[in-house]
Design a protein around this ligand. Structure first.
Ligand code: FAD
Length: 398
Protein backbone atom coordinates (compact mmCIF):
# COMPACT_ATOMS: atom_id res chain seq x y z
CA UNK A 1 0.00 0.00 0.00
CA UNK A 2 1.41 3.41 -1.02
CA UNK A 3 0.88 6.22 1.43
CA UNK A 4 0.81 9.81 0.25
CA UNK A 5 0.98 12.70 2.67
CA UNK A 6 0.55 16.06 1.02
CA UNK A 7 3.26 18.57 1.79
CA UNK A 8 2.46 21.29 4.23
CA UNK A 9 1.71 24.57 2.55
CA UNK A 10 1.78 27.70 4.67
CA UNK A 11 -1.63 29.23 5.29
CA UNK A 12 -3.07 27.26 2.39
CA UNK A 13 -5.18 24.17 2.68
CA UNK A 14 -4.30 20.66 1.56
CA UNK A 15 -7.24 19.64 -0.63
CA UNK A 16 -8.08 16.31 -2.19
CA UNK A 17 -10.74 16.21 -4.92
CA UNK A 18 -12.39 12.94 -5.95
CA UNK A 19 -13.57 13.02 -9.57
CA UNK A 20 -12.01 14.91 -12.49
CA UNK A 21 -15.25 15.42 -14.43
CA UNK A 22 -16.33 18.94 -15.31
CA UNK A 23 -16.86 20.14 -11.75
CA UNK A 24 -13.88 18.42 -10.10
CA UNK A 25 -11.44 19.66 -12.74
CA UNK A 26 -12.79 23.23 -12.56
CA UNK A 27 -12.47 23.01 -8.78
CA UNK A 28 -8.81 21.96 -9.13
CA UNK A 29 -8.17 24.99 -11.41
CA UNK A 30 -9.76 27.50 -9.04
CA UNK A 31 -8.38 26.06 -5.79
CA UNK A 32 -4.95 25.68 -7.41
CA UNK A 33 -4.95 29.32 -8.53
CA UNK A 34 -5.71 30.33 -4.95
CA UNK A 35 -2.48 28.62 -3.91
CA UNK A 36 -4.09 25.65 -2.19
CA UNK A 37 -2.22 22.40 -2.47
CA UNK A 38 -4.55 20.26 -4.59
CA UNK A 39 -4.54 16.57 -5.51
CA UNK A 40 -7.19 15.54 -8.06
CA UNK A 41 -8.03 11.83 -8.30
CA UNK A 42 -10.09 10.31 -11.13
CA UNK A 43 -11.24 6.69 -11.52
CA UNK A 44 -11.02 6.70 -15.33
CA UNK A 45 -7.87 6.92 -17.45
CA UNK A 46 -6.82 10.33 -18.79
CA UNK A 47 -9.63 11.50 -21.16
CA UNK A 48 -6.95 13.18 -23.31
CA UNK A 49 -5.28 9.87 -24.16
CA UNK A 50 -5.77 8.61 -27.71
CA UNK A 51 -7.56 5.51 -26.53
CA UNK A 52 -10.07 7.44 -24.41
CA UNK A 53 -10.66 9.92 -27.23
CA UNK A 54 -11.42 7.05 -29.58
CA UNK A 55 -13.90 5.65 -27.08
CA UNK A 56 -15.56 9.03 -26.70
CA UNK A 57 -15.71 9.53 -30.47
CA UNK A 58 -19.29 9.61 -31.72
CA UNK A 59 -20.81 9.80 -28.29
CA UNK A 60 -19.37 13.06 -27.07
CA UNK A 61 -22.25 15.36 -26.24
CA UNK A 62 -22.50 19.07 -25.99
CA UNK A 63 -23.87 21.11 -23.12
CA UNK A 64 -25.57 24.45 -22.74
CA UNK A 65 -23.32 26.83 -20.86
CA UNK A 66 -25.07 29.75 -19.15
CA UNK A 67 -24.14 32.83 -17.11
CA UNK A 68 -23.55 30.84 -13.90
CA UNK A 69 -21.09 28.52 -15.57
CA UNK A 70 -19.36 31.38 -17.38
CA UNK A 71 -18.78 33.24 -14.11
CA UNK A 72 -16.99 30.21 -12.67
CA UNK A 73 -14.94 29.72 -15.84
CA UNK A 74 -13.95 33.39 -15.62
CA UNK A 75 -12.54 32.83 -12.14
CA UNK A 76 -10.45 30.01 -13.56
CA UNK A 77 -9.29 32.38 -16.35
CA UNK A 78 -10.94 30.19 -18.99
CA UNK A 79 -14.13 31.99 -19.98
CA UNK A 80 -12.78 33.56 -23.19
CA UNK A 81 -11.08 30.45 -24.50
CA UNK A 82 -14.18 28.33 -23.86
CA UNK A 83 -16.52 30.88 -25.46
CA UNK A 84 -14.21 31.03 -28.49
CA UNK A 85 -14.88 27.32 -29.00
CA UNK A 86 -18.62 27.51 -28.31
CA UNK A 87 -21.67 28.37 -30.40
CA UNK A 88 -24.13 30.97 -29.16
CA UNK A 89 -27.80 29.97 -29.00
CA UNK A 90 -29.95 33.06 -28.82
CA UNK A 91 -33.29 31.28 -28.42
CA UNK A 92 -35.41 28.26 -29.07
CA UNK A 93 -36.42 27.14 -32.54
CA UNK A 94 -39.70 25.24 -32.24
CA UNK A 95 -40.36 22.60 -34.92
CA UNK A 96 -44.05 21.75 -35.43
CA UNK A 97 -45.25 18.36 -36.71
CA UNK A 98 -46.18 19.98 -40.07
CA UNK A 99 -42.55 21.08 -40.55
CA UNK A 100 -43.11 24.76 -39.78
CA UNK A 101 -40.68 26.53 -37.43
CA UNK A 102 -40.96 29.36 -34.96
CA UNK A 103 -38.06 31.16 -33.27
CA UNK A 104 -38.49 32.36 -29.69
CA UNK A 105 -35.61 34.52 -28.50
CA UNK A 106 -34.44 34.12 -24.90
CA UNK A 107 -33.99 37.82 -24.45
CA UNK A 108 -34.89 40.08 -27.38
CA UNK A 109 -33.88 43.21 -25.45
CA UNK A 110 -30.34 42.48 -24.31
CA UNK A 111 -29.54 39.58 -26.67
CA UNK A 112 -28.39 37.42 -23.77
CA UNK A 113 -27.75 33.91 -24.94
CA UNK A 114 -26.49 30.53 -23.87
CA UNK A 115 -23.65 28.59 -25.52
CA UNK A 116 -23.35 25.08 -26.89
CA UNK A 117 -19.98 23.63 -25.92
CA UNK A 118 -18.43 20.17 -26.28
CA UNK A 119 -18.21 18.23 -23.02
CA UNK A 120 -14.99 16.52 -24.12
CA UNK A 121 -13.33 19.82 -25.03
CA UNK A 122 -14.39 21.41 -21.76
CA UNK A 123 -13.17 18.51 -19.63
CA UNK A 124 -9.83 18.38 -21.44
CA UNK A 125 -9.15 22.09 -21.20
CA UNK A 126 -10.05 22.14 -17.50
CA UNK A 127 -7.72 19.22 -16.69
CA UNK A 128 -4.89 20.74 -18.73
CA UNK A 129 -5.33 24.11 -17.06
CA UNK A 130 -5.33 22.51 -13.60
CA UNK A 131 -2.14 20.60 -14.44
CA UNK A 132 -0.31 23.78 -15.45
CA UNK A 133 -0.30 24.78 -11.80
CA UNK A 134 2.72 23.37 -9.90
CA UNK A 135 0.69 22.98 -6.72
CA UNK A 136 -1.92 20.77 -8.44
CA UNK A 137 -1.32 17.08 -9.12
CA UNK A 138 -3.69 14.93 -11.20
CA UNK A 139 -3.95 11.15 -10.79
CA UNK A 140 -5.93 9.08 -13.27
CA UNK A 141 -7.07 5.46 -12.82
CA UNK A 142 -7.48 6.06 -9.07
CA UNK A 143 -10.89 5.04 -7.80
CA UNK A 144 -12.12 6.23 -4.41
CA UNK A 145 -12.94 3.12 -2.41
CA UNK A 146 -12.93 4.23 1.21
CA UNK A 147 -13.27 7.51 3.11
CA UNK A 148 -12.82 8.69 6.67
CA UNK A 149 -14.24 12.18 6.62
CA UNK A 150 -13.57 12.77 10.32
CA UNK A 151 -9.85 12.16 9.78
CA UNK A 152 -9.60 13.60 6.25
CA UNK A 153 -8.39 10.25 4.96
CA UNK A 154 -9.24 8.69 1.59
CA UNK A 155 -8.26 5.37 0.03
CA UNK A 156 -8.01 5.04 -3.74
CA UNK A 157 -7.57 1.87 -5.78
CA UNK A 158 -4.95 2.49 -8.43
CA UNK A 159 -5.09 0.43 -11.64
CA UNK A 160 -2.63 0.84 -14.48
CA UNK A 161 -3.81 -2.11 -16.55
CA UNK A 162 -0.47 -3.94 -16.36
CA UNK A 163 0.05 -4.84 -12.73
CA UNK A 164 -2.26 -5.76 -9.86
CA UNK A 165 -4.25 -2.85 -8.36
CA UNK A 166 -2.66 -1.10 -5.38
CA UNK A 167 -4.21 0.97 -2.65
CA UNK A 168 -3.18 4.58 -2.13
CA UNK A 169 -4.06 6.34 1.12
CA UNK A 170 -4.22 10.13 1.02
CA UNK A 171 -4.62 12.56 3.90
CA UNK A 172 -5.91 16.08 3.59
CA UNK A 173 -7.50 18.99 5.41
CA UNK A 174 -10.39 19.22 2.98
CA UNK A 175 -12.03 16.49 0.88
CA UNK A 176 -14.16 17.57 -2.07
CA UNK A 177 -16.45 14.93 -3.56
CA UNK A 178 -16.98 15.72 -7.25
CA UNK A 179 -17.48 12.09 -8.15
CA UNK A 180 -20.80 12.39 -9.91
CA UNK A 181 -24.39 11.23 -9.47
CA UNK A 182 -23.39 7.87 -7.95
CA UNK A 183 -20.78 9.42 -5.66
CA UNK A 184 -18.73 7.08 -3.46
CA UNK A 185 -17.99 9.94 -1.07
CA UNK A 186 -21.73 10.55 -0.67
CA UNK A 187 -22.26 6.85 0.11
CA UNK A 188 -19.76 7.16 2.94
CA UNK A 189 -21.34 10.40 4.14
CA UNK A 190 -24.76 8.82 4.37
CA UNK A 191 -23.52 6.57 7.16
CA UNK A 192 -23.39 9.66 9.40
CA UNK A 193 -26.44 10.33 11.57
CA UNK A 194 -28.83 13.05 10.32
CA UNK A 195 -27.79 12.58 6.69
CA UNK A 196 -30.80 12.95 4.41
CA UNK A 197 -30.82 11.75 0.85
CA UNK A 198 -33.25 10.92 -1.93
CA UNK A 199 -32.81 9.77 -5.49
CA UNK A 200 -35.52 9.52 -8.11
CA UNK A 201 -35.33 7.97 -11.56
CA UNK A 202 -37.93 9.51 -13.85
CA UNK A 203 -39.82 7.13 -16.13
CA UNK A 204 -38.45 8.83 -19.23
CA UNK A 205 -35.04 8.08 -20.78
CA UNK A 206 -32.91 9.66 -23.49
CA UNK A 207 -30.99 8.64 -26.58
CA UNK A 208 -28.43 10.67 -28.50
CA UNK A 209 -28.49 10.87 -32.29
CA UNK A 210 -26.77 13.16 -34.76
CA UNK A 211 -27.62 15.47 -37.65
CA UNK A 212 -24.46 15.52 -39.78
CA UNK A 213 -23.02 18.68 -41.34
CA UNK A 214 -24.01 19.50 -44.91
CA UNK A 215 -21.47 18.58 -47.62
CA UNK A 216 -20.03 22.11 -47.46
CA UNK A 217 -19.48 21.75 -43.70
CA UNK A 218 -22.33 24.11 -42.82
CA UNK A 219 -25.08 23.35 -40.29
CA UNK A 220 -28.21 21.78 -41.80
CA UNK A 221 -30.49 24.02 -39.65
CA UNK A 222 -30.27 27.56 -38.26
CA UNK A 223 -27.04 27.46 -36.26
CA UNK A 224 -27.68 29.79 -33.35
CA UNK A 225 -30.69 28.12 -31.75
CA UNK A 226 -31.57 25.35 -29.38
CA UNK A 227 -33.90 23.34 -31.61
CA UNK A 228 -36.93 21.68 -30.00
CA UNK A 229 -39.53 19.33 -31.46
CA UNK A 230 -42.13 19.31 -28.62
CA UNK A 231 -44.61 16.46 -28.93
CA UNK A 232 -46.34 16.62 -25.51
CA UNK A 233 -45.45 13.14 -24.25
CA UNK A 234 -41.88 13.29 -25.59
CA UNK A 235 -39.53 15.63 -27.40
CA UNK A 236 -36.44 15.88 -29.54
CA UNK A 237 -33.85 18.62 -29.05
CA UNK A 238 -30.70 19.54 -31.00
CA UNK A 239 -27.67 21.64 -30.07
CA UNK A 240 -25.10 22.80 -32.66
CA UNK A 241 -21.48 21.56 -32.78
CA UNK A 242 -18.49 23.41 -34.24
CA UNK A 243 -17.99 20.77 -36.97
CA UNK A 244 -21.36 21.63 -38.54
CA UNK A 245 -23.24 18.75 -36.96
CA UNK A 246 -25.99 18.86 -34.33
CA UNK A 247 -26.18 16.54 -31.34
CA UNK A 248 -29.80 15.42 -31.20
CA UNK A 249 -31.38 14.01 -28.03
CA UNK A 250 -34.65 12.13 -27.91
CA UNK A 251 -36.37 12.20 -24.50
CA UNK A 252 -39.24 9.78 -24.23
CA UNK A 253 -41.13 7.45 -21.83
CA UNK A 254 -39.19 4.21 -21.37
CA UNK A 255 -42.09 1.99 -22.59
CA UNK A 256 -42.18 3.84 -25.94
CA UNK A 257 -38.46 3.18 -26.41
CA UNK A 258 -39.32 -0.47 -25.73
CA UNK A 259 -41.91 -0.50 -28.53
CA UNK A 260 -39.37 0.57 -31.17
CA UNK A 261 -37.58 -2.72 -31.87
CA UNK A 262 -37.27 -2.96 -35.65
CA UNK A 263 -36.22 -0.71 -38.52
CA UNK A 264 -39.90 -0.45 -39.53
CA UNK A 265 -40.90 0.61 -36.01
CA UNK A 266 -38.27 3.37 -35.97
CA UNK A 267 -39.10 4.61 -39.45
CA UNK A 268 -42.85 4.66 -38.80
CA UNK A 269 -42.36 6.52 -35.51
CA UNK A 270 -40.05 9.18 -36.95
CA UNK A 271 -42.16 9.59 -40.10
CA UNK A 272 -45.16 10.29 -37.90
CA UNK A 273 -43.51 12.46 -35.23
CA UNK A 274 -40.32 14.00 -36.62
CA UNK A 275 -40.32 13.72 -40.43
CA UNK A 276 -38.11 16.79 -40.92
CA UNK A 277 -35.57 15.61 -38.35
CA UNK A 278 -35.45 12.15 -39.94
CA UNK A 279 -34.67 13.80 -43.28
CA UNK A 280 -31.79 15.70 -41.71
CA UNK A 281 -30.38 12.76 -39.74
CA UNK A 282 -30.74 10.44 -42.76
CA UNK A 283 -33.07 7.45 -42.61
CA UNK A 284 -30.43 4.70 -42.79
CA UNK A 285 -28.13 6.42 -40.31
CA UNK A 286 -31.03 7.05 -37.93
CA UNK A 287 -32.22 3.44 -37.95
CA UNK A 288 -28.70 2.05 -37.52
CA UNK A 289 -27.91 4.47 -34.69
CA UNK A 290 -31.23 4.01 -32.94
CA UNK A 291 -31.18 0.21 -33.01
CA UNK A 292 -27.55 -0.02 -31.90
CA UNK A 293 -28.03 2.35 -28.91
CA UNK A 294 -29.69 1.84 -25.59
CA UNK A 295 -31.66 4.62 -23.91
CA UNK A 296 -29.97 6.12 -20.83
CA UNK A 297 -31.79 6.77 -17.58
CA UNK A 298 -32.29 10.12 -15.86
CA UNK A 299 -31.80 10.59 -12.15
CA UNK A 300 -32.51 13.40 -9.70
CA UNK A 301 -30.59 13.46 -6.39
CA UNK A 302 -31.12 15.55 -3.28
CA UNK A 303 -28.86 15.49 -0.26
CA UNK A 304 -28.84 17.42 3.02
CA UNK A 305 -26.41 18.29 4.51
CA UNK A 306 -23.71 18.37 1.83
CA UNK A 307 -20.89 18.07 4.34
CA UNK A 308 -19.56 15.72 7.03
CA UNK A 309 -16.31 16.19 8.93
CA UNK A 310 -13.69 17.47 6.48
CA UNK A 311 -15.71 16.33 3.43
CA UNK A 312 -18.12 18.20 1.15
CA UNK A 313 -20.08 17.28 -1.98
CA UNK A 314 -20.27 19.42 -5.13
CA UNK A 315 -21.75 19.05 -8.62
CA UNK A 316 -23.81 15.98 -9.45
CA UNK A 317 -22.57 14.25 -6.28
CA UNK A 318 -24.50 16.91 -4.35
CA UNK A 319 -27.45 17.55 -6.67
CA UNK A 320 -27.71 15.49 -9.85
CA UNK A 321 -30.70 16.74 -11.78
CA UNK A 322 -32.61 15.93 -14.94
CA UNK A 323 -31.13 17.94 -17.82
CA UNK A 324 -34.17 20.00 -18.84
CA UNK A 325 -33.08 23.27 -17.34
CA UNK A 326 -29.59 22.90 -18.78
CA UNK A 327 -28.21 23.71 -15.34
CA UNK A 328 -26.51 20.56 -13.97
CA UNK A 329 -23.00 21.58 -14.95
CA UNK A 330 -23.73 25.29 -14.53
CA UNK A 331 -24.99 24.80 -10.97
CA UNK A 332 -22.00 22.53 -10.24
CA UNK A 333 -19.64 25.24 -11.49
CA UNK A 334 -21.44 27.76 -9.29
CA UNK A 335 -20.90 25.43 -6.29
CA UNK A 336 -17.17 25.96 -6.76
CA UNK A 337 -17.50 29.76 -6.85
CA UNK A 338 -19.51 29.70 -3.62
CA UNK A 339 -17.19 27.19 -1.94
CA UNK A 340 -14.18 29.30 -2.91
CA UNK A 341 -15.83 32.45 -1.48
CA UNK A 342 -16.73 30.69 1.77
CA UNK A 343 -13.27 29.18 2.19
CA UNK A 344 -11.89 32.71 1.87
CA UNK A 345 -14.36 34.05 4.43
CA UNK A 346 -13.46 31.26 6.90
CA UNK A 347 -9.76 31.09 6.14
CA UNK A 348 -8.77 31.38 9.79
CA UNK A 349 -11.41 28.95 11.04
CA UNK A 350 -11.64 25.17 11.09
CA UNK A 351 -12.63 23.85 7.69
CA UNK A 352 -15.67 22.06 9.17
CA UNK A 353 -17.24 25.44 9.94
CA UNK A 354 -16.78 26.65 6.35
CA UNK A 355 -18.32 23.45 4.98
CA UNK A 356 -21.37 23.75 7.22
CA UNK A 357 -21.86 27.30 5.94
CA UNK A 358 -21.49 26.08 2.34
CA UNK A 359 -24.08 23.37 2.87
CA UNK A 360 -26.56 25.74 4.51
CA UNK A 361 -26.28 28.21 1.66
CA UNK A 362 -26.33 25.63 -1.12
CA UNK A 363 -28.98 23.08 -0.14
CA UNK A 364 -32.07 25.29 -0.72
CA UNK A 365 -30.73 26.36 -4.13
CA UNK A 366 -29.82 22.81 -5.10
CA UNK A 367 -33.25 21.50 -4.18
CA UNK A 368 -34.95 24.35 -6.05
CA UNK A 369 -33.03 23.79 -9.29
CA UNK A 370 -33.71 20.03 -9.12
CA UNK A 371 -37.45 20.81 -8.92
CA UNK A 372 -37.28 23.43 -11.67
CA UNK A 373 -35.44 20.98 -13.91
CA UNK A 374 -38.21 18.41 -13.49
CA UNK A 375 -40.84 21.05 -14.21
CA UNK A 376 -39.05 22.31 -17.30
CA UNK A 377 -39.46 18.94 -19.01
CA UNK A 378 -43.23 19.48 -19.02
CA UNK A 379 -42.66 23.04 -20.19
CA UNK A 380 -40.37 22.03 -23.04
CA UNK A 381 -42.21 19.02 -24.39
CA UNK A 382 -45.75 20.21 -23.79
CA UNK A 383 -46.55 23.75 -22.69
CA UNK A 384 -44.35 25.24 -25.34
CA UNK A 385 -47.03 24.14 -27.81
CA UNK A 386 -49.79 25.82 -25.87
CA UNK A 387 -49.07 29.24 -24.50
CA UNK A 388 -46.61 31.95 -25.36
CA UNK A 389 -47.58 33.56 -22.06
CA UNK A 390 -46.44 30.58 -19.99
CA UNK A 391 -43.34 30.38 -22.11
CA UNK A 392 -42.28 33.87 -21.23
CA UNK A 393 -42.66 33.16 -17.52
CA UNK A 394 -40.68 29.98 -17.49
CA UNK A 395 -37.85 30.52 -19.90
CA UNK A 396 -35.32 27.72 -19.59
CA UNK A 397 -31.56 28.11 -19.31
CA UNK A 398 -31.62 31.20 -17.12
P1 FAD B 1 -19.52 14.03 -13.69
O1 FAD B 1 -19.46 14.74 -14.97
O2 FAD B 1 -20.36 12.79 -13.59
O3 FAD B 1 -18.02 13.66 -13.24
C1 FAD B 1 -17.77 12.83 -12.14
C2 FAD B 1 -16.36 12.26 -12.31
O4 FAD B 1 -16.04 11.47 -11.16
C3 FAD B 1 -16.26 11.34 -13.52
O5 FAD B 1 -15.12 11.69 -14.25
C4 FAD B 1 -16.12 9.95 -12.90
O6 FAD B 1 -15.35 9.07 -13.68
C5 FAD B 1 -15.44 10.26 -11.57
N1 FAD B 1 -15.71 9.29 -10.53
C6 FAD B 1 -16.86 8.61 -10.27
N2 FAD B 1 -16.70 7.79 -9.23
C7 FAD B 1 -15.41 7.93 -8.80
C8 FAD B 1 -14.65 7.34 -7.75
N3 FAD B 1 -15.19 6.41 -6.93
N4 FAD B 1 -13.36 7.71 -7.60
C9 FAD B 1 -12.80 8.65 -8.43
N5 FAD B 1 -13.48 9.25 -9.45
C10 FAD B 1 -14.79 8.89 -9.62
N6 FAD B 1 -25.70 20.46 -17.63
C11 FAD B 1 -25.67 21.73 -18.05
O7 FAD B 1 -25.27 22.63 -17.30
N7 FAD B 1 -26.07 22.06 -19.32
C12 FAD B 1 -26.55 21.12 -20.18
O8 FAD B 1 -26.93 21.46 -21.31
C13 FAD B 1 -26.62 19.78 -19.76
N8 FAD B 1 -27.08 18.83 -20.59
C14 FAD B 1 -27.12 17.54 -20.16
C15 FAD B 1 -27.64 16.57 -21.02
C16 FAD B 1 -27.73 15.26 -20.61
C17 FAD B 1 -28.30 14.23 -21.54
C18 FAD B 1 -27.28 14.90 -19.31
C19 FAD B 1 -27.38 13.48 -18.84
C20 FAD B 1 -26.76 15.85 -18.45
C21 FAD B 1 -26.68 17.18 -18.87
N9 FAD B 1 -26.18 18.18 -18.03
C22 FAD B 1 -26.16 19.48 -18.45
C23 FAD B 1 -25.71 17.86 -16.67
C24 FAD B 1 -24.20 17.70 -16.64
O9 FAD B 1 -23.79 16.70 -17.53
C25 FAD B 1 -23.76 17.33 -15.23
O10 FAD B 1 -24.40 18.16 -14.29
C26 FAD B 1 -22.25 17.47 -15.08
O11 FAD B 1 -21.60 16.58 -15.93
C27 FAD B 1 -21.84 17.21 -13.63
O12 FAD B 1 -20.45 17.25 -13.53
P2 FAD B 1 -19.73 16.53 -12.32
O13 FAD B 1 -18.28 16.79 -12.53
O14 FAD B 1 -20.37 16.89 -11.05
O15 FAD B 1 -20.04 14.98 -12.52
Amino acid sequence: MDSVSLDNHQEKRKIVIAGAGLVGSLCACIMGKKGHHVALYESRPDPRSEREQALAHGRSINLALSARGRAALARAGLEDVVISQAISMRGRMIHSPDGSKKAILYDPNTEQCIYSVSRQFLNEILISEAEKNPNVSVHFSHKLVDSRMDKGKLTFRKTDGNSAPTEVVVESELIIGADGAHSALRQAMLKQPMSNFSQTYIDHAYMELKIPAKKNGQHAMDTHYLHIWPRNEFMLIALPNLDGSFTVTLFMPIPIFGELQTADDVETFFTREFPDAMGLIGKEYLIKDFLSSRPSHLISVKCNPLNAGKGVLVGDAAHAMVPFYGQGMNAGFEDILILDNILDMYKNEPVEKALTRFSQSRVPNAHAICELALYNYVEMRCLVNQSAFILRRFLDYR
